[in-house]
Design a protein around this ligand. Structure first.
Ligand code: SF4
Ligand code: SF4
Length: 182
């Protein structure tokens, strides 16, 4: 069974709890998940929303393709892993990923990337970001072949046709929105 992230754009309030949880779980440095505000025309209506993005564990990962050190691999469940032990820090994957997921860590001279908290997944736990989301906007999906689970693209997301992310999105609908008050 393949897995991927799901983000409900009606629910995300941009609180960045997912970013903080990622940083706490993965250790000091920068978070491997980032939350940014976007606006765009979705299904004919102008909408404002937050995109919480990390690695999309793509079906055709460019990071994997361009790495000369073979530091990337893809598990049977679709999770794309980066082995820092093999990484030479050449940054090819950083330049190749359309979503800015691999990030160069100056302190260690190597790239780091979201691994969907694989050590938690393998123990039946959700990723730290998913667990921390107070409104359950961020989830992990089981992706079944041929079953439509949500939108693949909204304005603000890079072109999905090259790498085919496993990320799925629930598009914003005016009447369903959550807002952070105060
Ligand atoms: S989002 Fe970027 S780093 Fe993640 S699998 Fe896709 S191409 Fe690779
Ligand atoms: S930074 Fe390292 S892992 Fe990433 S593409 Fe370059 S050699 Fe491969």
């Amino acid at each position: 069974m393949r897995v991927g992230f799901f983000l409900d754009l009606n629910r995300c309030i941009g609180c960045r709890a997912c970013e903080g949880a990622c940083q706490n779980w993965k250790g000091p440095g920068f978070p491997l998940r980032r939350v940014q505000a976007f606006a765009g025309r979705v299904k004919g209506r102008w909408q404002e929303y937050y995109l919480s993005l990390a690695c999309n564990h793509c079906e055709n990962p460019e990071c994997f393709r361009v790495c000369p050190a073979r530091a990337y691999n893809k598990r049977r469940d679709g999770i794309v892993l980066h082995n820092s032990g093999r990484c030479s820090g050449c940054n090819r994957c950083v330049r190749a990923c359309p979503f800015g997921a691999p990030r160069y860590n100056l302190t260690i001279g190597k790239v780091e990337k979201c691994d969907l908290c694989v050590e938690r997944i393998d123990n039946g736990l959700p990723p730290a970001c998913v667990e921390a989301c107070p409104v359950k906007a961020l989830q992990v999906l089981q992706l079944d072949e041929g079953k439509e689970l949500g939108e693949r693209w909204v304005p603000g997301l890079a072109d999905v046709n090259i790498t085919r992310p496993t990320l799925r999105l629930k598009a914003p609908e005016e009447e369903e929105r959550f807002f952070l008050v105060g």
